[in-house]
Design a protein around this ligand. Sequence first.
Ligand SMILES: NC(=O)c1ccc[n+]([C@@H]2O[C@H](COP(=O)([O-])OP(=O)(O)OC[C@H]3O[C@@H](n4cnc5c(N)ncnc54)[C@H](OP(=O)(O)O)[C@@H]3O)[C@@H](O)[C@H]2O)c1
Length: 227
Amino acid sequence: MAEGRRPHGPVPVPDGLGLREAAALVTDGVTALRPARHAPAGDGRPWVLVAAAAGGAGSLAVQILRDAGARVIAAARGEPKLRLVRELGAEVAVDYSEEGWVDRVREATGGNGVELALDGAGAALGEQVFETVADGGRFVTYGTSGGRFTEIDPEVAEQRQIEVINELADGTPDPELVRTLLERVLGLGAAGRIRPAIGATFPLADAAAAHASLAERATVGKSLLLV
Ligand SMILES: NC(=O)c1ccc[n+]([C@@H]2O[C@H](COP(=O)([O-])OP(=O)(O)OC[C@H]3O[C@@H](n4cnc5c(N)ncnc54)[C@H](OP(=O)(O)O)[C@@H]3O)[C@@H](O)[C@H]2O)c1
């Protein structure tokens, strides 16, 4: 935590939201809502791409952006994950482990690319995600699942007038911002506008199995440890 920063105090779980659902929203919801705020404002329905879309944070980002009126393209690997993101409201679901997936995203948008891409994958996959962004758009990276940050050549970003935002670069976010985002995302959950996709639960004693499943990319949605 940055020097002088204290965690925000308790945030109540709103009526209408189950405790498991609240637990599934507590960190992933903030992580998803923070980059989703960079979607273009206005009355239009911008095309946005969510990568690692069937993960804990990605599956919420798909819903938050759809709820805000965006047309969501979700990228994930394998049919069970693509099925989930379609159920959650993605208009287009693309398997990003297949050759030519970036072209398919561009085609879906009519050729231009997306106005906003959220990169929850990192590394080489994140660098492909950048290629889906339209000139003048935004690329927000917050994931390192691939083992490192996504690296974007600043000159290329400048030439294409793409704003690159790394949500993790400045360390722990301001606790007041976290509180605001957390209250908002819990409210969205309580109102039924988003729902955490809890794909698996494990007893706390099986935490190692839960971690192995994450590392193998076998999880769909959020995994919870239960006591
Ligand atoms: N959750 C948080 O609060 C939080 C906070 C800060 C940062 N982050 C970062 O945000 C990213 C997403 O977090 P999350 O909680 O949604 O994670 P998650 O539930 O584990 O989902 C991560 C997704 O990344 C994809 N992925 C791509 N390359 C991978 C690889 N080499 N190994 C494992 N998975 C890979 C997987 O989907 P496919 O198989 O479909 O590719 C998986 O669904 C992570 O990189 C995490 O470090 C998360």
